[in-house]
Design a protein around this ligand. Structure first.
Ligand code: PEP
Ligand code: MG
Length: 885
C-alpha cells in the first residue's frame, strides 16, 4: 500500500493527476493554498482511499494507517511548535470531512480536539484566558460526545439553558469560566450516563475516534440522501482533514467568517461575506448567531448597528481582500473562503468553488470571459444545466395585490406559495398528496433535507445568507427567505407571529426568495423573460452544439413559451392532451364508449374542427419549423368517466341509461391500461379515429396555405409500434387520407411518416420498421417501462428502495439506463442500415435530462425534445456534450 496520509505542504500533484479524487476537494485546495504561500494552519489529509479500506475493515482504521497518522501528526506538531496533549503548549486540531465534491453540512466535523481535564488548564495558562479555555473544552465535549459517542446534542443544550435560567442571564456570553466549569462536570456526567463510558482523556484516542466518526458520517442518512439528490456515487468516499486549530473566539481581536469572491446570489463582482467577532466557524455556518457583513457597503444597506469587518479590522480586511483576488485568479472561478482571525492574524481555513444561484453562475461566466479569465467554452462548461431551471421559473406578479407581512433575507431566488408547515415530515406528507408547502423553521439542519426538497419554499427566522437553509436551498433551486427576525415561530402551537398577525399551520403564504418578502395568501406569478447575459450564453451554446432542440408541446401557450426559449421544432405533440378541455372531453368519451361505427363517426365529426384549429394555431407559432404530431395514444383509464357525476353527465350526453353506460365502461376496463388498448392498437381497431386526426392535420395545412400562413412539414408519428405490419398499415392509412384531402383541395400535401420506438421489440426489429418510417423518435418513458417491466405509474412506491440498495444509481425514468441505451443504439444502427436518410430523435422525459442528452449526442441522434421550460437546459447540455466529445 503506498502513502495514504499527506501533509498539506507535500507535493501531491506529482503523485496523482486527480488530487481532488484522492485528497477530496478540501484537502486538495488546502495543499494548493500552501503552494501559493497563503497562511494556512498546518495539517494533513487522510486520502479518500482510506474510506474504502475503513469500510472493508469492519469500519476500523488498520494499523498501517494509524502508524502513518502518528507520523504525520509529529510533522504538524513540529510545524505548529505545539504538541497534542502537551501540558505546556497543547496542540488542538479540527477533524473535518472532505469529499471529491463539496457536500455542505452533510458530514461530521469535530473542533477543539486535544482538550482534556489537564490540557484545558495548559491552554488557559498559555492564552491567559481561562474562560476561553473552558468554553472551548465544553464545546469539544458537546461535539465529540454527539458525533463520536452518539449522545444527542439537546442533552447539553438543555443543561446550558437551565443553567442560564438559574443564573438569570440570557446569552451564552454571560456565562463565566466558573459556569462553564460547572457545566463541563455536568456534561461529562451526561456522557457517562448515556454511553456507560467516561469521556476520553487520551488525546490520541480522541483523534482516532474522531477520524473514524468522519468516515462513518459518509454513510449517514443525510449524506446518503444528499448523494442521491446530487447523483454522487457512494464509491467516491470522503477524505479526512486534520488541521491545527486557530481561534476566532479568544476575544475582540478575533473573528471568523465566510466570504465569497463575488456575489453568490446575483454574481456582481464585489466580495460578499459575513463574519462574527469572537466566535468559532460553526457559529457562522450553523446560523445560531446572526452575523455581520464583511464590507462597509453591504453593512450600510442592512440595518445593523454593528461594524463591518472593513471598518472594525481594516488591516486584516485589506489582507483578506488581496488573498481573495489571488485565489480567484488562481482557480479562475468564484471562491467561497472560510477564514479565522486569531489575535489580528489572518488564517485561511478553506477555499472552494462557491455555490451560486443560476443567475449568479451565468453572470460570473459571462463576466469572466470579458475579463479574459476564462474562454467561452469554459464559460459554457461552468454552467450546471439543471440549475437554469430556477432562472426560468415564474416570479411574483408585482401588479397583483400583495400583503407583505414580514421580511427576511433574499437567500434563494424564485417565488413560491404553499401551506405553512413546521416540520419536514409534514412537508413530505403533504407533498405525497400533491399539496404545496412552505417549510417554516427557526433554522434548518441537515436532518431537514428531505423536507426542504418536498417543500416549494423555505422560510427561516434565524441565520444569514450562508446559513444551512440558504446554501442548501440555493443548491436545490428552491426559493428561500432566511433570517427573518420579524417572525416569531412557536413549534408547539404550530404558529408563527408577525408584529400583528398569527399564522397557523395550513394557512397559505407566499415567499419571494429574490427580495426576501413574506406575503399572506397565494400570489399570481409571471413568466420569466430571457435576456442579457442569459441570451448571450445561450447563443454561445448554440454555436457549439450539433443536436437540435425541440419541444414536447400541444397547446399554443406552451408552444409559444418553448419558441421563446429557443425550441427549433416540436418533437412530440401528444394529441390526446388536446382533448382534456371540458367541452371536448364529452366527445372523446362518446368516441371511446361508442358501440357502433355510426356513433363513433358522430363523435369524431365533432372533434375534427377542434383538432384542425389547434393544428393551425400551432403551425402558425412554429412558423415553418418541423412539427411532429403523434396520433392518439390514450391509456384508456385516463379518459373513461370515473365518478357518479361524470358517468351521469356522459349518460345524458349520449342519451343512454346510466346502467348501460356502466356496463360499457366495465367492458372497456383494462387490468393493465399501460400495456392495453392504446397507441397504434387503437388505430388498428378503429382506423376512423386516426383518419380524422390525419384529416385535421392535412386540412390545417390547406388552411395555412389559403391564409398565407407559413406552413410546416408535418411529421406524423405512429405510437407504440412493435411490428412491421403495424407501421405499414398505419402508413397506408396516412397516405390514403393525404390523397383524399389533396384531391378535395387540389393542393400538393407534403409530410413525413415515422414512428416512436418505445417497445423493445421495435428496437430489436428496427431494420423492418425502418422500411416504412422516415424517422424514429425514442419514447424512452415507455421504452424504460417496458424494458424493465416496471410500471411508470407504480414505480414511485419502490424505486427508492432500489436506489437505497444501490441497484440503481439514478432513477431510470430520469436518466437513461444503459440497458435501455443499448436498445436505442441497436435501433439507430439497424434503422440507419436499412434507411440511410432516416432521422432520429428522442421525446421521452429524458430529452430534457443533461446526462441523457450527453448520451444522445454521443450516439449521434439528430434532436432531443423536451418540455418547454427544459429547452434552455437542453441547449446548454447539448453544447456541453459536444465540447466534452
Ligand atoms: C414515451 O413513452 O416516452 C413518450 C414520449 O410517450 P408518452 O409519455 O406519451 O407515453
Ligand atoms: Mg409512450
Amino acid at each position: 500500500m503506498s502513502k495514504l496520509v499527506f501533509n498539506f505542504k507535500l507535493k501531491y500533484s506529482k503523485r496523482t493527476k486527480t488530487p481532488k479524487n484522492f485528497l477530496g476537494g478540501k484537502g486538495a485546495n488546502l495543499a494548493e493554498m500552501e503552494k501559493l504561500g497563503l497562511p494556512v494552519p498546518p495539517g494533513f489529509t487522510i486520502s479518500t482511499k482510506v474510506c474504502d479500506f475503513f469500510y472493508n475493515n469492519n469500519k476500523k482504521l488498520n494499523q498501517k494507517i494509524v502508524k502513518e497518522i502518528k507520523k504525520e501528526l509529529k510533522i504538524i506538531e513540529k510545524q505548529s511548535k505545539k504538541k497534542l496533549g502537551d501540558l505546556k503548549n497543547p496542540l488542538l486540531v479540527s477533524v473535518r470531512s472532505g469529499a471529491r465534491v463539496s457536500m455542505p453540512g452533510m458530514m461530521d466535523t469535530i473542533l477543539n480536539l486535544g482538550l482534556n481535564d489537564e490540557t484545558v488548564l495548559a491552554l488557559a495558562d498559555k492564552t491567559s484566558n481561562m474562560r476561553f479555555a473552558k468554553d472551548s473544552y465544553r464545546r469539544f465535549i458537546q461535539m465529540y460526545a454527539n458525533v463520536v459517542m452518539g449522545v444527542d446534542s439537546y442533552n447539553f443544550e438543555e443543561l446550558i439553558e437551565n443553567y442560564k435560567l438559574t443564573k438569570g442571564v440570557l446569552l451564552d456570553t454571560d456565562l463565566d469560566e466558573n459556569d462553564w466549569d460547572g457545566l463541563i462536570k455536568d456534561f461529562k456526567e451526561v456522557v457517562k450516563k448515556k454511553t456507560k463510558k467516561k469521556f476520553p482523556q487520551n488525546v490520541f484516542n480522541q483523534l482516532l475516534g474522531a477520524i473514524s466518526a468522519v468516515f462513518l458520517s459518509w454513510e449517514s442518512n443525510r449524506a446518503k440522501i444528499y448523494r442521491r439528490l446530487n447523483h454522487i456515487p457512494s464509491s467516491w468516499g470522503t477524505a479526512v482533514n486534520v488541521q491545527s486549530m486557530v481561534f476566532g473566539n479568544m476575544g475582540k481581536d478575533c473573528a471568523t467568517g465566510v466570504v465569497f469572491t463575488r456575489s453568490p446570489s446575483d454574481g456582481s463582482n464585489k466580495i460578499y461575506g459575513e463574519y462574527l467577532i469572537n466566535a468559532q466557524g460553526e457559529d457562522v455556518v450553523a446560523g445560531t448567531r446572526t452575523p455581520q457583513y464583511i464590507t462597509k457597503s453591504a453593512n450600510k444597506n442592512s440595518l445593523s448597528k454593528e461594524k463591518s469587518m472593513e471598518e472594525f479590522m481594516p488591516k486584516v480586511f485589506k489582507q483578506l481582500k488581496k488573498i481573495l483576488k489571488k485565489l480567484e485568479n488562481h482557480y479562475r472561478d468564484m471562491q467561497d473562503v472560510e477564514f479565522t482571525v486569531e489575535k489580528n492574524k489572518l488564517w485561511i481555513l478553506q477555499t472552494r468553488s462557491g455555490k451560486r444561484t443560476a443567475k449568479s453562475a451565468v453572470k460570473i461566466a459571462i463576466d469572466m470571459v470579458k475579463e479574459k479569465l476564462i474562454s467561452k467554452r469554459e464559460a459554457i462548461l461552468r454552467i450546471d444545466p439543471n440549475s437554469l431551471d430556477s432562472l426560468l421559473h415564474p416570479t411574483l406578479d408585482e401588479k397583483s395585490e400583495i400583503n407583505v407581512i414580514a421580511k427576511g433575507l433574499p437567500a434563494s431566488p424564485g417565488a413560491a406559495s404553499g401551506k405553512v408547515v413546521f416540520t419536514s415530515d409534514e412537508a413530505e406528507r403533504l407533498n405525497d398528496t400533491m399539496q404545496d408547502t412552505i417549510l417554516v423553521r427557526v433554522e434548518t439542519s441537515p436532518e431537514d433535507i428531505q423536507g426542504m426538497h418536498a417543500a416549494k419554499g423555505i422560510l427561516t427566522s434565524r441565520g444569514g445568507m450562508t446559513s444551512h437553509a440558504a446554501v442548501v436551498a440555493r443548491g436545490m433551486g428552491r426559493p428561500c427567505v432566511s433570517g427573518s427576525n420579524e417572525i416569531d415561530i412557536n413549534y408547539e402551537e404550530k404558529t408563527f407571529k408577525t408584529s400583528n398577525l398569527t399564522i397557523k399551520e395550513g394557512e397559505i403564504i407566499t415567499i419571494d426568495g429574490s427580495t426576501g418578502r413574506i406575503i399572506l395568501g397565494q400570489v399570481s406569478t409571471i413568466k420569466p423573460e430571457i435576456s442579457g447575459d442569459f441570451s448571450r450564453l445561450m447563443s454561445w451554446a448554440d454555436k457549439y452544439r450539433k443536436l437540435k432542440i425541440r419541444t414536447n408541446s400541444e397547446t399554443p401557450t406552451d408552444t409559444k413559451t418553448a419558441r421563446d426559449f429557443g425550441a427549433e421544432g416540436i418533437g412530440l405533440c401528444r394529441t390526446e392532451h388536446m382533448f382534456f378541455d371540458e367541452e371536448r372531453i364529452l366527445s372523446v368519451r362518446q368516441m371511446i364508449l361508442s358501440k357502433s361505427r355510426n356513433d363513433r363517426d358522430k363523435a369524431l365529426s365533432k372533434l375534427l374542427p377542434y383538432q384542425k384549429k389547434d393544428f393551425v394555431d400551432i403551425f402558425k407559432i412554429m412558423n415553418g419549423l418541423p412539427v411532429t404530431v403523434r396520433l392518439l395514444d390514450p391509456p384508456l383509464h385516463e379518459f373513461l368517466p370515473k365518478n357518479e357525476n361524470e358517468i351521469s353527465d356522459v349518460a345524458k350526453y349520449l342519451d343512454l341509461p346510466v346502467k348501460e353506460l356502466e356496463g360499457r365502461i366495465n367492458e372497456l376496463h383494462e387490468h393493465n391500461p399501460m400495456l392495453g388498448h392504446r397507441g397504434c392498437r387503437l388505430g388498428i381497431s378503429f382506423p376512423e379515429i386516426y383518419e380524422m386526426q390525419c384529416r385535421a392535420i392535412f386540412e390545417a395545412l390547406v388552411e395555412c396555405k389559403n391564409k398565407k400562413i407559413k406552413s410546416t412539414l408535418p411529421e406524423i408519428m405512429i405510437p407504440l409500434v412493435s411490428t412491421e405490419a403495424e407501421i405499414k398499415i398505419m402508413k397506408d392509412l396516412v397516405i390514403k387520407v393525404a390523397r383524399q384531402v389533396q384531391n378535395e383541395n387540389k393542393i400538393k400535401i407534403k409530410f413525413l411518416v415515422g414512428t416512436m420506438i418505445e417497445l423493445p421489440r421495435a428496437a430489436i426489429k428496427a431494420q423492418d420498421i425502418a422500411k416504412h418510417a422516415e424517422f424514429f423518435s425514442f419514447g424512452t418513458n415507455d421504452l424504460t417501462q417496458t424494458t424493465f417491466g416496471i410500471s411508470r405509474d407504480d414505480s414511485g412506491k419502490f424505486l427508492n428502495d432500489y436506489i437505497e440498495n444501490k441497484i440503481f444509481d439514478i432513477d431510470p425514468f430520469i436518466s437513461i439506463d444503459d440497458g435501455v441505451g443499448d436498445l436505442i443504439k441497436i435501433a439507430t444502427q439497424k434503422g440507419r442500415k436499412q434507411n440511410k436518410k432516416i432521422k432520429f430523435g428522442i421525446c421521452g422525459e429524458h430529452g430534457g435530462d443533461p446526462k441523457s442528452i450527453d448520451f444522445c449526442s454521443k450516439i449521434g441522434l439528430d434532436y432531443v425534445s423536451c418540455s418547454p421550460y427544459r429547452v434552455p437546459v437542453a441547449r446548454i447540455a447539448a453544447a456541453q456534450a459536444q465540447l466534452k466529445k
